[in-house]
Write a protein that binds this ligand. Structure first.
Ligand SMILES: [Zn+2]
Length: 362
């Protein structure tokens, strides 16, 4: 059941042994650095109790429902605004998103000030008292278990003390020392360790489908933080596609959208980012020019965006594209000579938008 867990041999060995010997504590605490596999391991362990074919086969309906956060006896709890617990649909939506790999690299609700409210704990208590849908067990996975609100603590202890025997509670935390001593003393603690570089790259690529070299460089740039690396990857994607969006200028919003992005990014873009932005702009313009003049797909750099390239090329004047290339190249030179990044972004934006404005409409 732990086949997909990478880089946590100790935790996996312990849990497999304890499960096989039926010695798992009713309440477990998984603690360790963020994004090293605590939640994935908790989900895998949940299949041990909920599987249709006995023990975490990974292929039955129940196992697949657990992996997709959809099993009716799996309760996923996380810090979120208290009123949400009176409107389960809102929670349901967030939990459904959680099943998508790209939504696993971050908090379900990105607000470090949120905590687990008394309403959330009361919901857990009510759920624990109902009989299990599948007739077997109920599993609670509590993310951010160190962020329990003060007024919720007593109710939470009551849950731990009085939960029926078929209720299993897995608490996830990055900060064991911030958890209540009374909670800690009632649970078995399983430590998760930081991932080695090769393991980190394996996990990151499984979640984002990044190229190996990209993953390698993001490992360095992010200091080994998966969440930060995912953010950088997203930014990279934006840097690559922004110039095309401006060149297309297809949607009326394109200009405003790009201006906002530039406004946000312009002030903190590093020199290398600016360089990549210009390179990407030049490659798009070149592709459009090549397609306009040769119609040969094999000569394009961004072959995956053929439809967009063809669309822009349709209304373009090759002479204007040539001019654009030399303008962007001189802007790149200026950027390297210490021109203010925001000014560079602004000029690039104007240049790329000019494509449709002054370019020939034939
Ligand atoms: Zn199964």
């Amino acid at each position: 059941m732990f086949d997909s867990i990478v880089g946590q041999p100790w935790a996996v060995a312990y849990l497999s042994r304890a499960a096989a010997a039926d010695r798992l504590s009713q309440t477990l605490i998984f603690h360790g650095p963020p994004y090293v596999g605590k939640e994935s391991t908790a989900l895998a362990l949940a299949t041990w109790w909920l599987c249709d074919h006995g023990r975490g086969c990974g292929t039955c309906t129940a196992c697949r429902q657990v992996a997709g956060y959809q099993h009716p006896d799996l309760h996923y709890v996380f810090p979120c605004p208290a009123p949400w617990y009176e409107n389960p649909e809102q929670i349901g939506e967030i939990v459904a998103q959680r099943a998508l790999p790209e939504h696993r690299l971050g908090e379900p609700v990105a607000d470090p000030n949120l905590s687990i409210s008394i309403e959330a704990v009361r919901t857990m208590i009510r759920a624990s008292a109902r009989s299990a849908f599948g007739g077997k067990a109920k599993v609670f996975i509590v993310r951010g278990a160190d962020r329990l609100r003060e007024e919720a603590q007593n109710a939470f202890l009551k849950l731990l003390e009085e939960a029926p025997r078929n209720v299993h509670i897995i608490l996830l935390t990055t900060s064991l020392e911030r958890m209540l001593p009374t909670v800690r003393s009632r649970a078995y603690q399983v430590r998760f360790t930081a991932l080695s570089k090769p393991d980190w790259i394996t996990v990151f690529r499984a979640l984002t489908a990044a190229e190996p070299e990209k993953a390698e460089s993001l490992f360095r740039l992010s200091g080994g933080s998966l969440a930060r690396a995912a953010g950088l990857l997203q930014e990279d994607h934006t840097l690559r596609h922004l110039p095309l969006a401006l060149l297309r200028n297809a949607e009326r919003q394109a200009g405003a959208w790009a201006a906002t992005v530039f406004e946000q990014m312009g002030s903190r873009l590093e020199r290398e980012d600016l360089d990549r932005l210009m390179d990407s702009a030049l490659l798009w313009i070149r592709d459009i020019l090549v397609w306009r003049t040769t119609g040969n797909e094999g000569l394009l750099t961004n072959r995956d965006a053929l439809a967009e390239i063809a669309d822009v090329a349709e209304g373009c004047d090759p002479a204007h594209l040539m001019l654009l290339i030399s303008e962007v190249e001189s802007l790149r030179q200026a950027a390297r000579l210490n021109l203010d990044p925001r000014l560079v972004c602004h000029r690039l934006e104007r240049l790329l938008l000019s494509n449709r404005r002054t370019g020939g409409y034939r």
